[in-house]
Design a protein around this ligand. Structure first.
Ligand code: SAM
Length: 205
């Protein structure tokens, strides 16, 4: 997977490539689709949700520019796979999922894989998780209707938010970096496609 799907397709950060190689994706995929665990695409995980394509997980992780010291907020735990990858790249992961059954399953899979430093929370993360802010980085794994100021305000100085934002005819993976004096640097990373971010600061369910 690392050699055929990631390296050579824009993933150049060796820390990210190593983390992607270290997490067994099959442990986060439902039993009936385990034979497809290393296919180059998203897979259903129930409740109309998906475990993201490996390339997309790697792209988000790389775009966060993690050094290893950060507390990272992840919105959209899904299967728990991306939280496991993130745990190799930062100090602590807080991962929010709106569907409680998925939170429970993700927690079990993370435990089974011996993943540490990930806290799963069940709830609406569309407006972030202010109680535990500030974060060194925020990763959103669902498509947002717009760039949320509420999320940016939960970053520490120098922090990065990576989020798929709705645009004409699709979504654009977007990075916002909060500068030392509060200025925002917004960069478009590339086109992407995600399930919708549903909640108070997202789309209606
Ligand atoms: N990164 C995940 C993985 O590796 O399995 C896949 C995430 S899946 C593409 C998007 C997830 O975001 C879904 O599980 C969905 O239920 C969740 N989600 C959507 N809106 C949310 C919200 N407001 N708060 C928290 N999770 C949300």
């Amino acid at each position: 997977m690392v050699e055929q799907q990631l390296r050579g397709r824009g993933i150049t950060d060796e820390r990210v490539l190593t983390a992607m190689g270290a997490v067994p994706r099959e442990a986060f995929v439902p039993e009936e689709s385990r034979h497809l665990a290393y296919a180059d695409g998203a897979l259903p995980i129930g409740f109309d949700q998906t475990i993201s394509q490996p390339l997309m997980v790697a792209e988000i992780c790389q775009s966060l520019l993690l050094t290893g010291d950060e507390k990272v907020l992840e919105i959209g735990t899904g299967s728990g796979y991306s939280a496991a990858v993130l745990s190799h790249l930062c100090k602590e992961v807080i991962s929010i999922e709106r569907i409680p059954e998925l939170t429970n399953r993700a927690e079990a899979a993370l435990r089974e894989c011996g993943v540490e430093r990930v806290t799963c929370i069940s709830g609406d993360g569309s407006g972030g998780w202010p109680a535990l802010a500030p974060y060194g980085a925020i990763a959103v794994h669902a498509g947002a209707p717009n760039l949320s100021e509420r999320l940016v305000s939960q970053l520490e100085q120098g922090g990065r938010l990576v989020v798929p934002v709705s645009a004409d005819g699709g979504e654009v993976l977007t990075r916002v970096t909060l500068g030392d004096t509060g200025q925002r640097n917004v960069e478009e990373i590339g086109p992407c496609r995600f399930v919708p971010l549903i909640g108070e600061a997202g789309y209606e369910g």
